[in-house]
Design a protein around this ligand. Structure first.
Ligand SMILES: [Zn+2]
Length: 196
């Protein structure tokens, strides 16, 4: 084994460890007190809503919307970013993020690409959506991830910004079913046939 491949092997083991170390609990296990009256009388129903038995407050855990961008260059390489922050810090990711309140998914896509890669979107096309679970601050956030095929203007000006540590172009031969830390990214590249 050459030194280069040994290094890649060690980095791979480290990334696998990072993936396993990011876990979140279902909200049922974390939220104890009613955010309206402060009583510890929250009852969870069907795993997706809680109700306060004291004041009657009710809240549903609906899926949060998020966008993922699949950007492939003329050589067939996929644009991959490396996460600068937890959860899944240092694992590979696709550009994108959560949709802000009162924002459309398309607006979110354009904003996230500008924030993370410092370039404007040229064209985009919604391919499909993937349900996902995203651990944050010890709690699982249930999401629905909208997967877009994207082209950008001036790809030569791309720069890793915001919560992206770096980006790289990865040939299909190096992609596999557990390549990304975030599971919906793995599902996305499989459904798009990007894994050989
Ligand atoms: Zn209450």
């Amino acid at each position: 084994m050459s030194l280069h491949f040994f290094y890649r092997y060690i980095v791979g083991l480290f990334l696998e460890y990072m993936k396993l170390s990011d876990e979140g609990l279902h909200p049922e296990k974390v939220f104890k007190y009613c955010p309206v009256c402060g009583a510890n009388t929250l009852t969870f129903k069907h795993g997706r809503a809680f109700m306060c038995d004291t004041c009657g407050f009710e809240h549903f855990f609906n899926a949060a919307g998020a966008v993922l961008a699949v950007i492939v260059n003329p050589k067939g390489e996929l644009l991959v970013s490396r996460r600068a922050k937890a959860p899944f810090k240092n694992t590979y990711d696709l550009p994108g993020g959560f949709i802000d309140p009162k924002e459309s998914a398309e607006e979110s896509l354009l904003r996230e690409i500008k924030e993370e890669l410092n370039v404007e979107v040229d064209t985009y096309e919604l391919c499909f959506t993937v349900p996902n679970q995203y651990p944050y601050s010890g709690v699982v956030i249930f999401t629905v991830d909208l997967v877009f095929k994207v082209t950008v203007k001036t790809p030569e000006h791309m720069k890793a910004c915001d919560d992206v540590a770096e980006f790289l172009w990865v040939p299909p031969q190096q992609l596999h079913s557990t390549f990304f830390g975030i599971q919906s990214c793995n599902v996305a590249i499989q459904k798009l046939g990007l894994i050989p």
